[in-house]
Write a protein that binds this ligand. Structure first.
Ligand code: FAD
Length: 459
């Protein structure tokens, strides 16, 4: 990739200029939206240009994209292009220990989340951002942090660090953000990080002999096993990327899977139907890293009317609702809405974004941890399956008054904090409904189901 100019715009006097730290999913999307509003944008990325290196980076190979992400991609004008390379997943496909399959739709008929390639999406976003004449990418240039006196970023290039002067700085540098590390040195900056006791490891189910998918293509496969699970998302080339989520320590844990014998016995015992589809299981297991899962919360996200963090830099969450990237993309579209409203009054935009968005990030962080328990432990539970059926019935009958929690998070733009509160109300509703006598046998005829619903929802 050729830079269109050799000098970052920090050294030029332009009225509408911004710097983005991090050319990941969120940083490159935000570059497009800013460029569309006429900004000159410099994006600095720690890693080499992924298009040249052909590397995807250390994390998951595919991601589930849903409505919040789509809205942002639509704003950027690239939703149609990405949809063509996404694989719709209309529901979960549960695998029991004996290999029985139970499909569970995610939403209404036709509603789907999409499996997309992380590397492919990121490259596409960089490519489109770079097609704007005023957007430049600077790869291999890590940000060291901010000079807190000037609120300017400092970059390291060929071993030399240099401060760059920008009126606007966006920290989209991921969960271990250098921008956030600098802001943490300020008084009254709130910060917490919580690691799960579980880690994850990626594995592969390759395509069949003729490039076909060896499991149902249009589903997200789950092998729920109580304290741990395996999941698989389809790729365009016929393969599936599997992820094993397992405790680091304990009886069934990564620490107890050291030898080939232990690994094979564990997979045979819990994921017997997947093993014949995983010819490179042992190599993958031993070669691929075991990674951690962290939730990061912080506030405020803005500084000095000039700096704002976006995406994982300000709110990293565990992946069990498939909302990390989607929420980062939603940051971009909401921020763009504020820019539309306030024009170049960035003081108001940054303050309003910060004031309105943090509670939503905290809500999806909590929901994501909750969904981990649901995916591992409850998706095979008869009470959970019945709840899903009754929820679908209520949604169909009272669409303006009842939307299942999963649909609110995944297929709507309802603020996460509202969905979270509504989810608590739904828990209380189903606690009452599932306690009805004979409900497992007669829920369709049981008049109390609607009665309890109407009583609670007409309050
Ligand atoms: C196993 C797993 C599965 C997931 N599945 C899903 C899913 O299905 N759906 C979903 O929505 N989300 C999912 N996520 C979450 C998603 O990956 C993240 O939320 C998303 O990548 C955040 O994008 P980002 O641009 O904020 O950060 P990142 O993708 O981390 O990008 C940050 C960029 O900044 C660069 N950078 C870092 N430090 C510096 C520095 N000092 N200077 C310059 N550049 C720097 C990095 O190299 C990187 O390019 C998953 C996450 C994991 C771990």
């Amino acid at each position: 990739m050729q830079n269109k100019q050799n000098t970052p715009s920090s050294e030029k006097k332009q009225p509408k200029r911004a710097c983005i730290v991090g050319a990941g999913l969120v940083g490159s999307l935000w570059a497009i939206l800013l460029a569309k509003r006429g900004y000159q944008v410099d994006v600095f990325e720690r890693r080499p240009d992924m298009r040249k290196a052909g590397a995807i980076g250390g994390r998951s190979i595919n991601l589930a994209l849903s409505d919040r992400g789509w809205r942002a991609l639509e704003k950027a004008g690239i939703a149609d292009k990405i949809r063509q390379v996404g694989i719709p997943m209309y529901g979960r496909m549960m695998h029991s220990t004996t290999g029985e399959l139970t499909p569970q739709p995610y939403g209404k008929e036709g509603q789907a989340i999409y499996s997309v390639s992380r590397g492919g999406l990121n490259q596409e976003l960089v490519e489109i951002a770079e097609s704007f004449k005023d957007v430049n990418f600077y790869f291999d240039q890590p940000c060291w942090g901010l000079n807190l006196k000037t609120a300017n970023p400092i970059f390291v290039n060929n071993g030399e660090s240099k401060e760059h002067d920008y009126p606007l700085v966006f920290g989209a540098d991921g969960a271990f953000s250098a921008i956030r590390s600098s802001l943490q040195r300020r008084p009254r900056f709130n910060y917490s990080q919580d690691y799960l006791d579980h880690g994850y490891k990626e594995l592969t189910i390759p395509a069949g002999e003729n490039g076909e998918h060896l499991l149902e293509k249009n589903a997200l496969h789950i092998w729920p096993r109580g304290q741990f699970m395996l999941i698989a998302l389809p790729n365009l080339d016929g393969s599936f990327t599997c992820t094993l989520f397992l405790p680091f320590e304990g009886e069934e844990s990564f620490e107890n899977l050291k030898t080939d014998k232990q690994i094979l016995a564990f997979f045979q015992k819990y994921f017997g139907d997947a093993v014949p589809l995983m010819p490179t299981l042992l190599e993958d297991f031993k070669e691929n890293p075991t990674s951690t899962l962290v939730t990061i919360r912080c506030s405020p996200w803005d500084y000095n009317d000039q700096v704002l963090m976006l995406g994982d830099a300000s709110h990293a969450i565990v992946p069990f609702y498939g909302q990390g990237m989607n929420s980062g993309f939603e940051d971009c579209s909401l921020l763009d809405d504020f820019v539309e409203k306030h024009g170049e009054d960035w003081t108001t935009t940054l303050h309003e974004f910060n004031a309105s968005r943090i509670k939503d990030a905290n809500a999806i962080a909590a929901l994501a941890v909750r969904n981990f328990i649901e995916m591992c432990d409850r998706v095979g539970d008869p009470a959970f399956l019945l709840r899903k059926k009754i929820a679908a019935h209520l949604h169909k009958k009272y669409p303006d008054h009842f939307i299942p929690l999963y649909s609110m998070v995944t297929f709507s733009h309802i603020p996460y904090s509202v969905a979270h509160q509504e989810g608590k109300k739904q828990d209380a509703l189903f606690e009452k409904i599932l306690a009805l006598e004979g409900i497992f046998d007669n829920w369709q005829e049981n008049k109390h189901v609607d009665k309890i619903f109407l009583e609670m929802y007409s309050e």
